[in-house]
Design a protein around this ligand. Structure first.
Ligand code: USQ
Length: 415
């Protein structure tokens, strides 16, 4: 297949590009490098610095003899988006090209509006470009389990059969997301469903859980093929952060009671899930949802696992229950279905002692790079952000208040 990976410079995009290239697909990656810019703005960086995308593509070709085509483009620029689809003629598109962080979207007004403008506009442009230039192409869109929130009933895969006043229908599962970022994915889902219904496009919405892991078979081929692994409060996800904290000797940052439950999966399973969706496409006009995670844990369970394994390796690991910076239920029912990818053949890499050991070992090799000062949470869901970058933006913003928010955000999206 000819496959375009949008957001191909990111934590998941780059490993997906290599994985699919190695399996014989013709792969193109598209990125506007916005995440590298946000890292600079927030003064954070991945644990291991990552070379520029062209360099990684060159090394990939050198190591494997396989080409990956890289294009710099912004999905918020419609002519650019159309041109890419017209030139590359994809059979499938894997869409990771969005602002991926919940804390980033809750940091301040500007970043919140930016997240929704960027994510929703980019995806809507993509749908219009597909309609015009690639109407049979299969869109594999990365959504999130966070679209559903934590309802007091079982979570289905996208749709639920409801009986109301004696009548029945199958309707989109109710959404109760927990941040403006998660909301942006909800809005995307509605737009994609509508485009499939009205224009006969086809799409798989992968409602993915929290991903952990630092290495895949392809990143391990060469030190410069490493992926962008974050442990800061903005882009780092829970288990990745806990592993780095254990190595750094920083108490594990359990938010609140830590009883909040989420679906988790290994980065290797993300790649396999995307491949399974690609190899088993939906029909013309079909919009389907797969819940993409392999195991459910509470945050506290994860922290305890990391503590136990860390101590076996001789690390001194403590847990710290911080006042929860987020507004989220800490004690709740959570039972989400995740059958469809298993039925297609997914064999999960379950979280094991060995897996945590290997993450800790990999992080220990880079222990000198850890910056403890970027670990503690500063973004609060219900207060003004104490993040220095937001305070600076707020001071600067006073002189600019007349300029419309939308104008600002669209401008930022194009940098
Ligand atoms: N948490 C802690 N301590 C930390 C970090 C997080 O207790 O140091 C808790 C949070 O309060 C939350 C849970 O861990 O209850 C998950 O937080 P997270 O930061 O690992 O994940 P989240 O913000 O939900 O977002 C991440 C990715 C996002 C993806 C989502 C999948 O950044 O792109 O969509 O996971 S899901 O959570 O299923 O919606």
């Amino acid at each position: 297949m000819r496959i375009l990976i949008l957001g191909g410079d990111g934590y998941l995009g780059w490993p997906t590009a290599m994985y699919l290239s190695r399996r014989g697909h013709e792969v193109g990656v598209v990125d506007n490098f916005a995440k590298r810019r946000w890292e600079k703005e927030l003064n954070i960086m991945p644990l291991v610095p990552i070379p520029p995308l062209e360099e990684r593509v060159r090394i990939w070709q050198q190591v494997t003899g396989l080409p990956i085509h890289a294009v710099t483009a912004d999905l918020c620029d419609y002519p650019q988006t159309k041109e890419i689809l017209r030139d590359f003629r994809p059979d499938a598109i894997v869409h990771y090209g969005e602002q991926p962080s919940a804390p980033f979207s809750m940091m301040d007004q500007h970043r919140s509006v930016f997240t929704q403008t960027n994510n929703i506009t980019g995806t809507l442009n993509l749908l219009w470009a597909m309609r015009e230039h690639a109407p049979r192409c299969h869109l594999v869109k990365l959504g999130t389990m966070g679209e559903y929130g934590t309802p007091n009933i079982d979570i289905e895969e996208g749709f639920i059969e409801i009986e109301h006043n004696g009548r029945r229908d199958v309707l989109p599962f109710p959404k109760q997301p927990g941040s403006f970022y998660h909301l942006s994915k909800v809005h995307d889902s509605h737009n994609i469903l509508f485009a499939c219904r009205v224009w006969n496009l086809r799409s798989t919405d992968l409602n993915q859980g929290v991903v952990y892991g630092i290495e895949t078979d392809e990143t391990a081929l060469h030190p410069e093929l490493v992926t962008s692994f974050h442990y800061d409060e903005v882009f780092g996800t829970a288990l990745n952060r806990f592993c780095v904290q254990a190595v750094a000797g920083v108490p594990l940052t359990v938010y609140g009671q830590g009883r909040q439950k989420r679906g988790f999966l290994n980065i290797r399973d993300t790649l396999r899930c995307v491949e399974l969706a690609l190899l088993n496409p939906p029909g013309i006009g079909e919009y389907r949802v797969f819940n993409q995670f392999t195991e459910i844990f509470s945050v506290l369970e994860l922290a305890e696992l990391v503590k136990r394994q860390g101590e076996k390796l001789g690390l001194s690991v403590k847990l710290q229950h911080l006042k929860n910076p987020r507004v989220e239920a800490e004690t709740h029912y959570y039972n989400a279905r995740h059958q469809k990818l298993l039925e297609l053949g997914l064999e999960p890499h379950r979280l094991s002692d060995v897996l945590i050991d290997s993450m800790l070992a990999r992080i220990q090799e880079n222990a000198q790079r850890i910056r403890p000062e970027i670990i503690l949470p500063r973004v609060q869901w219900d207060h003004a952000s104490s993040h220095p970058s937001s305070q600076a933006a707020a001071r600067e913003g006073k002189g600019k208040q007349r300029r419309s928010v939308l104008e600002e955000s669209v401008k930022a999206a194009k940098i």
